[in-house]
Design a protein around this ligand. Structure first.
Ligand code: CP
Length: 305
């Protein structure tokens, strides 16, 4: 039995296979409409979500399976003090696979150690968000044909943004990726990402503060929101929240073919006027999340081929 806790749980070859399958599904969804007949997905979300939970549910429904679950800790027996270990033991008797989001780093890993069914980390605190990374990689491959030889700017809350941590972990394994880490000093990537992931793997990276300075060299700009829920006080959040706002004027500094990605939800960091720019790929990125999650469910349930 296999779980997904981090994008590193899949080799580059396995990621390629997963993306090939997602592409086949996207091109011919009817062919996969009954692959999961009789199977159930449990979505155990202890934190709010729109895309991840609903795209997982759409993925399982598209495959012919069914879904059950909860969308907040308050509506589950966690509110009565039940541990994730006990919860997953129980869910193992109700479903075939589980996607779990939790505010505590490592909670899905704890669940996986007690689980009798595959567990997918759907985001754990400020740590990892591997299925967003699968979505990001699949989107990048769809846009460029392959993943490599790219200068990628990661902008915003690089300290708490788990999507950024997972994406860096995944991208260091591809050829000639240059990272431009764009953040204020207070929201720089954690040192374990800078030292243990980037430097340890001899990745090309630099850290800058001004988005305007970085924009002209980027092939991809990956914007992120400031993660309000991870701040210790509201004052700090208010001070940082509008540090970066990608506007139509700033887009003029970028290459004509620079693509803008964002895991969403967006708050203020991309002006809505940018949505009409052909380089804005974030809504299509969210749509692609369904296909890669379909491929992931099939893979973890051993239903491929
Ligand atoms: N990208 C993402 O994780 O969005 P949700 O929080 O809406 O799931």
């Amino acid at each position: 039995m296999r779980h997904l806790m981090s994008p590193m749980d899949f080799s580059v070859e396995e990621l390629d296979e997963l993306m090939d399958l997602a592409e086949n599904i996207e091109n011919d969804p009817k062919k996969y409409a009954h692959v999961c007949d009789g199977k159930k997905l449990a979505t155990c979300f202890y934190e709010p979500s729109t895309r991840t939970r609903l795209s997982f549910e759409a993925a399982m429904l598209n495959l012919g399976g069914s879904v059950l679950g909860f969308s907040s800790a308050d509506s589950s027996s966690a509110a009565k003090g039940e541990s994730v270990s006990d919860t997953i033991r129980v869910i193992s008797g109700y479903a075939d696979i589980c996607a779990m989001r939790h505010p505590k780093e490592g909670a899905p890993l704890v669940a996986s150690s007690k689980s009798l069914i595959p567990v997918i980390n759907a985001g754990d605190g400020g740590h990892q968000h591997p299925t967003q990374t699968l979505t990001d990689l699949y989107t990048i491959r769809s846009l460029y044909g392959n993943i490599g030889n790219l200068t990628i700017g990661l902008c915003g809350d690089l300290k708490f943004g788990r999507t950024v941590h997972s994406l860096i972990n995944a991208l260091i394994r591809y050829e000639n990726i240059n990272f431009v880490l764009i953040s204020p000093d207070e929201l720089r990537v954690p040192s374990y990402i800078r030292e243990d992931v980037l430097r340890e793997n001899n990745a090309h990276f630099k850290e800058v503060e001004r988005l305007e300075d970085a924009l002209p060299e980027l092939d991809i700009l990956y914007m992120t929101r400031v993660q309000r829920e991870r701040f210790f006080n509201e004052e700090d959040y208010v001070r940082m929240k509008d540090y970066y706002i990608l506007s139509k004027e700033k887009m003029e500094l970028a290459k004509k073919n620079m693509m803008v990605l964002h895991p969403l939800p967006r708050v203020n960091e991309i002006s809505v006027e940018v949505d009409n720019d052909p380089r804005a790929a974030y809504f299509d990125q969210a749509r692609k999340g369904v296909y890669i999650r379909m491929a992931l469910i099939m893979t973890l349930l051993d239903l491929v081929g």
